[in-house]
Write a protein that binds this ligand. Sequence first.
Ligand code: ASP
Length: 331
Amino acid sequence: MKYYYLIFCLVLSCSTTNTSKDNFGIVIHGGAGTISKNNMTEEMEKNYKNALEEAVLIGYEILKTGGTSQDAVEQTIIYLEDSPLFNAGKGAVLNFDGDVELDASFMEGKYLNAGAISGSKKIKNPISTAIKVMNSSPHVMLSGNGADKFAMDMNMELVDQDYFKTKRRTKSLERIKDAEEKLISNIHNPDYKAEKFGTVGCVALDKFGNLASGTSTGGMTNKKWNRIGDAPIIGAGTYANNKSCAVSSTGWGEYFIRGVVAYDIAALMEYKNFSVSKASKTVIDKIGSMGGDGGVIAIDSKGNVAMEMNTSGMYRAHVDSNGKIDIKIYK
Ligand code: ASP
């Protein structure tokens, strides 16, 4: 009898202390827009796919070995920020004055904690500072010089503007300024939009059932007046709630702010019981009907994912708990 009682206690303690689940997964994006085979060389396509694969596997390894969704999102986005290919961190687009201004946000789904920064000119890895705002300040969002000062106070790595600037983005700014001066550009023109936008994002579910989301961007080429897009705005560019899903947006930020995109997807799931894919499609269709475009990545608390867009492409990758990897660029 004593023996059976001991076995019973052992089973009970295992089932109450080990809350780890087999279900986990990670999805990333590197921006949505007019991405077609016509404006992509084979070499560029290979470079983008390699970068997406390396990035998503960083987060996957963290999750697989029992790490948190917060760590997976942070480390994956750091890789994307450090890569000059994407519009975030190094290689970010330039504003009207030829400077880089960076936005980023992070949210975790268990307690709904969040942190964000906007308009930073010095922070090497904005995603880490966004997380620091969440964990080490009484605030959710810091901007401009204040965000840079906070990062300095927290001993986070600061760099000169030259670190972020690439020839490709300098040329883009020249082309876009030229087009705007000659009034031949129209923001609805696909070629124009392809150069203007871009962002990176990551959503993850860890083995403990916790969701997290992060988004990081240089925003819009030739932006003026300290323009801020959706990426650092909780509810628009980034949202996470263990009751529903984690979402990261990319696209024409003004529309994503007005459509409260990331929260809208989570709300449709929580209040109307939509699946993650139905909720994502509904909200992207809504953005389309408002005249905007872009895409979202989302993962729910069971590991189901959505990668939805109304553009011709979105750099994206997904790895599920079996290690099955899916990397795509075109729609
Ligand atoms: N949503 C970003 C912004 O408007 C840009 C993008 O994702 O392409 O700043």
